[in-house]
Design a protein around this ligand. Sequence first.
Ligand code: HEM
Length: 428
Amino acid sequence: MKITCCSRITQPTTKGTSKESSASFNKRDYKLLSAVGVEVHPRGNGSNGNIMNAKGLISDGVKEEQKQWCFNATDISRRLINQTFRSILTVNEYIVVSFPDENDNIHELVCRISEVRTQEENDGTSKSMTSAEATMDDPYRGRVDLGTELYIYPSDPKSVTVLGGRCLPKGTLPEDVVHVTTSDMEWFPVRRLLLAPCIKLTKYVQVGRGKYKNEIPTLSDEERSEDAPTDDGCPHCKVPIDCCTFDRVLLFITSLLYPDEHSFALDLSEVNALSSAADALGLQVLDDLCQSQSSTFESRVIKDRYIRLAEVKTRNDHGELLILLDGMVLDISRWIDEHPGGPSIIPTQALNIDCTVFFEMYHVSRQAFLYLKSFYIGELSPEDAVNLRSSAEGVEASEGFLLSLRSYTDEWRVSIEEKAGEKVHKSF
Ligand code: HEM
């Protein structure tokens, strides 16, 4: 299972087009893009002073202080089409294209997708739609094809020149589009009818994550993403939700609208938050989705006994991947290929030992905590926990880390009842 669904990236990526956007949807089902506006700026601002030549770049006779990056729009287009052919492009997505110069230095241009037009919109063949049909179109995504025309223009003509550059002629956006600016100052167009359900569901997702315990934040009227168009004639709306969460929920709602065409790939780290959102809203379809993507806590977790180290070792020897973290036994067998730290470090370094210290060392953010409940299968026997070798000899997990880990896990970790005659040492 691919874990991802956010289409928007806030940092430029060297991996070319954002994998996320294409991964979540079946590419065949998106409209072809007839035209795409691409705003370019040099990565790192060209501070090394190299000027490209040959493939459309100027260098000779330019004084050091006058040096400026200069590219041919046709070259940028060609590279972009090569990199994104048949993928889904989304407004506000960033793509990095590289140009080697004659000294084999690599120069990178960051290209932001500023606007997209799908074929029907442009060729005038689209018939008038009912509002229900209109909400089913996606005004800011589409599939790149050979016929997709790119309109390349510089973000700042002082820092980069684009020979043959041009802007996308003004087009008419569908009438029911609202420009949404998120709390992290990203913006994107959303169909008006999707807005209210999206905001509502997102709020509950945030609540499920433990946010809004005190108060729900609001954006002030003045705040608006710098990238948001000012003269597009569309209504603007600010939501107190980060763009990734908002977009994820939007994709989920879209997948409900197009049940046959779009499958929604659920991020395991989101299962708990989404599941409580589903409960709060009585959204059975979302609940079913959560259940189908991860085995349920009830059916998975061993509650009537401790798990012995010998059992963990045997299962690991037979190809499963169980890890031990602060007394918890976590089954990551099905997820290991998607571990952001790579699929090899855990099997080679973290099996059959207490990997709490590794966990603290390698995971700066608290993002990794969000997965733990989905992997939890029970408690390691305290007898074995006492003698367990640590992942870093002589180093102990910090108290602060343990406090924060436990404040997240205590809520759902099971406590095994001592049976008469059974000797149990509770060491954690
Ligand atoms: C259930 C257990 C684990 C989960 C859910 C998990 C999750 C994650 C996540 C979400 C990241 C991205 C970075 C971050 O969020 O801080 C990450 C990175 C990483 N993880 Fe894990 N991880 C687990 C166990 C481990 C263990 C046991 C090791 C070490 C043996 C490990 C080594 C790493 C490394 C080396 C990185 C990359 C760090 C970097 O790029 O700076 N992970 N992991």
